[in-house]
Design a protein around this ligand. Structure first.
Ligand code: ME8
Length: 527
């Protein structure tokens, strides 16, 4: 059944240039969106930037420009990065756009009217880089931010608060009734233990110490807290409260499947506050908050402010779009922490793309040209090894589809690559060069070539949400016509026959590990 599918990434802070960590989440989201489009779902994919807040105001002041000029410049770079990664987002929301600011003001007014928000005074420990207030127990004796581990300072201001206590029981009931709401589930347990069990405090939702934010209409010396502002992007971008709510009605409608991908650094806001804001607005919940891990660099969290980062652009220029996308989606199991190292980057490309995938195509094309010139038609008489390869293919397609539907993209890709590995082993087992010497084995050889070509075709289709340039190169070498490049034909084991095969350049050139590791090391930190 066709679904309506809405997927979002976090909206990133344009406080500095983005690094490979941001590209990681966005590329995975893009892969999932492309998969859903491929299987025919009505799909909407949103990304964007979170442009208000004290940190951005300070960065702009330091540079001697207005905050808007500051973010405009960085957003250009971010959009360029998404273009070079061929990110297929349907919209790009900026929180400085009128369509968004209007929603933030209206929602704030509504919360005030409903009594969900009240005016009071805030005194607490404030972390400027994280723009978060913390309680005494959270900052500990050393007064360190529990998130970024930097020193916090005491701050006091008149502020509006959101009455979280009113919704806690409802939230816990929602978690109970929707055990799949958060993946991995441990992230939800963490949130319950750290923030809900000790007593969820009311959230401070306005600031008066800086001006770069959405003004509270009722009291303009206040700007709306950046997180209440930012979370609303997921619905403002769909036209919530606007004159045209058709997208909102579809993609936030009751039949839509709604997925937010977020890093574990921001799970608190998505697992606790976002559902509560939605409850207060009387809107439906998302189906899934998928919390992914963070990529580390040299055992340290990659961070724009620390500067220990690598930018995807020079990697794309040198290794190609598909190599970088493949690395991002495959290397770190989505949902677990990972790290970026030049050694793993080079090895992942050489092992998976050059040896396993590229080589399977090279060998297959060379053999088909040598023995037949074109892909032989499907032979009804199958050997046991042919049958085994077909079963592996059927299982792979099923597992791939299930994993993708479950947002387990890395696992899905691993299944496809296991199928590719299985096909390489199939060559060793069938020994086509021996079959070719025996005139009586001609049909067995034909069947072998047909199966290899089809394994490659099926793998290319399944990899096409990740690899954007390689599948067409593969189809052109195997002479595969357009209709057989489509998802609808992926399970067809008998469809190939008489396609003219041509040898072209290898899909991925082999990387000289020593040279490339040195090159990537030279990029690290230079962003
Ligand atoms: O938090 N590894 O923006 P942000 C993997 N504006 N992913 C990483 C990463 C790393 N080393 N570093 C960042 C914000 N990310 C808010 C979000 S949403 C309503 C507002 C990714 O620019 C990861 O997805 O700090 C993380 O959650 C996000 O970027 C944080 O981006």
């Amino acid at each position: 059944m066709k679904e309506t599918f809405y997927i979002t990434t976090p909206i990133y802070y344009p406080s500095a240039k983005l690094h490979i960590g941001h590209a990681y989440c966005t590329t995975v989201a893009d892969t999932i969106a492309r998969f859903h489009r491929m299987i025919g779902d009505n799909t909407y994919f949103l990304t964007g930037t979170d442009e208000h807040g004290e940190k951005i105001q300070k960065n702009a002041e330091a540079k001697g420009v207005t905050p808007k000029e500051f973010v405009d410049d960085i957003v250009l770079g971010i959009k360029d990065l998404w273009k070079s990664l061929k990110i297929s987002n349907d919209d790009y929301i900026r929180t400085t756009e009128e369509r968004h600011e209007k929603v933030v003001q209206e929602v704030f007014s509504r919360f005030l009217k409903q009594g969900d928000i009240y005016l009071s005074e805030y005194e607490g420990w404030y972390c400027t880089p994280c723009e978060s207030f913390w309680t005494e127990s959270q900052v500990g004796e050393n007064h360190i931010c529990p998130d970024c581990k930097r020193p916090v300072h005491k701050a006091k201001e008149e502020a509006y608060f959101f009455r979280m206590s009113k919704y806690v029981d409802k939230l816990l009931k929602f978690y109970d009734e929707h055990p799949d709401f958060v993946t991995p589930e441990t992230r939800k347990t963490e949130m319950i233990n750290s923030f809900i069990k000790p007593g969820l405090e009311d959230l401070c939702v306005s600031r008066t110490t800086f001006t770069w934010g959405v003004k509270v209409k009722e009291n303009p010396k206040h700007v709306v807290y950046v997180w209440l502002d930012a979370l609303l992007n997921y619905i403002s971008a769909l036209g919530y409260l606007s004159s045209d709510t058709s997208k909102f009605d579809t993609f936030w409608g009751k039949d839509a499947k709604i997925v937010h991908l977020v890093g574990n650094d921001i799970s608190r806001f998505h697992v606790i506050y976002w559902p509560i804001f939605l409850m207060a607005l009387n809107l439906r919940m998302p189906d899934k908050i998928f919390v992914h891990g963070l990529l580390m660099m040299k055992d340290e969290k990659m961070s724009k402010s620390k500067g220990n980062v690598v930018s995807p652009n020079p990697l794309i220029e040198r290794y190609g779009l598909d190599a970088v996308r493949y690395y991002l989606v495959r290397e770190t199991i989505f949902g677990t922490d990972g790290s970026f190292t030049p050694e793993q980057f080079v090895s992942r490309i050489n092992v998976d793309l050059v040896n396993d995938f590229g080589n399977l195509l090279n060998r297959t094309v060379a053999m088909i040209i040598k023995y037949f010139g074109e892909i032989p038609p499907y032979q009804k008489e199958l050997t046991d090894i042919d049958k085994e390869l077909e079963i592996c293919g059927k299982n792979t397609i099923m597992l791939y589809q299930n994993y993708m539907q479950d947002l387990k993209v890395t696992e899905a890709i691993i299944e496809v690559m296991n199928y590719v590995k299985r096909a390489n082993k199939y060559i060793e087992e069938t020994k086509p060069w021996e079959l070719a010497r025996d005139e009586n084995k001609k049909t067995v050889l034909a069947s072998c070539m047909n199966h290899l070509a089809n394994t490659l075709r099926q793998s290319a289709i399944m990899l096409s949400p990740v690899l954007l340039e390689t599948p067409s190169k593969l189809y052109s070498q195997l002479g595969i016509e357009e209709k057989l490049q489509k998802w609808e034909t992926v399970s067809d084991f008998e469809c190939l026959g008489n396609q003219k095969v041509v040898k072209q350049d290898p899909l991925f050139p082999r990387l000289d590990a020593n040279i490339e590791i040195e090159y990537i090391k030279s990029l690290m930190g230079n962003i």
